[in-house]
Structure formats: structure tokens, C-alpha cells
Design a protein around this ligand. Structure first.
Ligand code: ATP
Ligand code: MG
Length: 295
């Protein structure tokens, strides 16, 4: 499939990680814009991409077999919300479910950490978007290990191997989903510390964006390096062919949107989706319906 004369996979491919063993975050530049030099050029390609995605989604929905799970993880102000709304702007809302995962409630803490995700998984034929996800369990919880206490896991089960065990469980979970027709794609919006500062300051300067600023975000910024290490470890340990990570440059929002959109289009296209075939019996029923309508 092509977009603006380019093979669609050429745009996102450089950012896809399917094998973690050699992955290093420092090899990925948050300011990268690939072969796109300007905002306008990328936005024109995105508009076409949104149309392609809308056509593919109609087939996904009609076929009602595969579902697509899109996971978004990032530091604050990396642009998760904007990416989700731009990229999904052409999608029929009936075929799409967005779930935002916040700090777990007491009900959620009374279950294993995958429970709340399982109930939010997309139905067949749908696209499910996780705005944050079970990956917080190896990110914020790893940076603030005292959060484990609130999870009420029996003490003998909390060892120094807990992160490796969580990676193992997440990998098994994604393998299970894949084997059942849930296609998993994961996006890490990779913003630089400098750009985050600029965006936080913009939230303070612009009264219409003041509500977006949270002192808690500033506190997490103080743990920047710990988070970067946790992200690197997470990608090293959970990237796979069937559930790849995309390390998406996030210092230029227009490029972020384009990379995410093309990754989704490429994924849907690879499923070879088709409208369900009408069999002879159904054709006859349709012909009869036409006769009745036409009197
Ligand atoms: P926005 O600020 O753009 O509205 P957000 O995703 O940052 O979106 P917030 O309500 O600001 O939403 O933050 C949600 C918080 O919940 C984050 O700090 C995140 O780390 C935290 N969180 C999510 N999942 C878990 C978890 N499993 N355990 C502990 N904290 C979690
Ligand atoms: Mg926030």
C-alpha cells in the first residue's frame, strides 16, 4: 500500500522494534522527522492516511474477527492525547474504544494487575486504544517501588525478580491475545527533556492550557533518568514480532501523528481484510427484499 508515492511501511519501519536484545533508547532521536522536512508535507500525507484507515476500519468491523489493540505510553506532555485524536479522526466512533488508565482504584487493586486491562480489551472487529496501560506496572511502579505495597500482593511473592516476572507475564499475555485474534501494537512517544520543558512552560503561559498543567507531572520530571531507564528495559524485554514497540519521535507532533497513522495502516493492511462474502442464499434474500421494496 502506498501513501504519497511512498510505500506506507517505509515511514514507520525505522521506528519499529521487534527484538529487544540490542535496543538502546539513545539510538533513537526524539527530533527525527525522517524524510519529511515540513509540517505541511506531513499533514497532507496524514489526511490521506486517515482516509485509508477509515476504509480499512470498515472492513475490520464488517469482518468481525480480528481486533486491534493500540497501546500508548509516554512521559507527560509527549502528546498522547493529541496523537489519539488526530490519528483516529476518521474512524467511526462505534468501532473504537479508548480507555485511559489512571492510578488503580481500590477495586482494581483487589485484583491482579492485568484484570482491568482484560475487561477493557476491544471486541472483535473493533479498535481498542489504551491511553497508558499495564505497562505502567513496569514504569511508574518501578520508579516508585513503594506503590507495590498498595497492590496487596502476598509478601513471599514480591522478590527482586518482580520486574523480570512482570515482563514474562506481559509477554505471555500478549502472546495469548495474538493467538486469539487481538493484534497488539505498542507506541512509546519519545519526547526529549528539553521539549517537555517547553511544553510545560507553554501550559503555564497560555491560560486556556493552564488546566493541562499538573504539579505531579513536574514531580515525575525530576525522575527523568529513572523513567528513561525503565522505558529502555521495558522495550528490551517486551518487543516482539507479534507485538512490536514503535519508538516514535515526539518532539514534532506532526511527525508523531504520521508515524503512528502509518504504523496502524500498515498493520490493518497486513490482515488482508475483506467484506464478508454474500452466499447464494443471502443473495436471493436480498433480491427478494428489493422486489418487496419496489412493489
Ligand atoms: P493527561 O494528564 O493528559 O490528562 P494522563 O495519562 O497523564 O493524562 P493523569 O491522570 O494525569 O493522566 O495521570 C495518570 C497517572 O496514573 C499517571 O501518573 C500514571 O503513572 C498513573 N498510573 C497509571 N497506571 C498506574 C498503575 N498501574 N499504578 C500506579 N500508577 C498508575
Ligand atoms: Mg497527566
Amino acid at each position: 500500500m502506498k501513501l504519497d508515492g511512498k510505500k506506507i511501511d517505509d515511514i514507520a519501519r525505522d521506528y519499529r522494534v521487534t527484538k529487544g536484545s540490542k535496543f538502546r533508547l539513545k539510538d533513537f532521536d526524539p527530533g527525527d522527522t525522517g524524510s519529511f522536512k515540513s509540517d505541511e508535507h506531513a499533514q497532507a500525507a496524514l489526511a490521506k492516511g486517515v482516509k485509508l484507515m477509515s476504509d480499512l476500519q470498515k472492513k475490520l468491523y464488517a469482518q468481525d474477527q480480528w481486533s486491534l489493540l493500540l497501546i500508548f505510553q509516554a512521559m507527560d506532555a509527549a502528546g498522547k492525547d493529541g496523537t489519539i485524536s488526530h490519528v483516529m479522526s476518521g474512524i467511526n466512533p462505534q468501532g473504537c474504544q479508548v480507555t485511559s488508565f489512571k492510578a488503580p482504584s481500590s477495586l482494581e487493586l483487589n485484583h491482579d494487575f492485568l484484570w482491568r486491562s482484560t475487561v477493557a480489551l476491544p471486541e472483535r472487529g473493533r479498535i481498542g486504544i489504551f491511553n497508558r496501560s499495564y505497562y505502567e506496572e513496569v514504569l511508574v511502579v518501578r520508579v516508585h517501588p513503594e506503590l507495590i505495597k498498595a497492590e496487596k500482593i502476598p509478601e513471599p511473592l514480591v522478590s527482586k525478580h518482580i520486574w523480570e516476572e512482570r515482563f514474562e507475564d506481559i509477554n505471555a499475555y500478549e502472546r495469548h491475545l495474538t493467538r486469539n485474534g487481538v493484534v497488539v501494537r505498542k507506541f512509546f512517544l519519545h519526547v526529549s527533556k528539553k521539549e517537555q520543558k517547553k511544553r510545560f512552560l507553554a501550559r503555564l503561559d497560555d491560560t486556556s492550557r493552564n488546566w493541562k498543567f499538573s504539579a505531579a507531572d513536574l514531580k515525575e520530571r525530576a525522575h527523568w533518568d529513572d523513567y528513561q531507564n525503565a522505558y529502555e528495559e521495558m522495550i528490551c524485554n517486551t518487543a516482539s514480532h507479534h507485538a512490536p514497540w514503535y519508538v516514535v519521535p515526539a518532539d514534532n507532533k506532526w511527525f508523531t501523528h504520521l508515524v503512528v497513522a502509518t504504523a496502524i495502516i500498515e498493520t490493518l493492511d497486513s490482515l488482508d481484510l475483506k467484506f464478508p462474502k454474500i452466499i447464494a442464499e443471502q443473495r436471493q434474500a436480498l433480491d427478494e427484499a428489493r422486489k418487496i421494496l419496489e412493489g
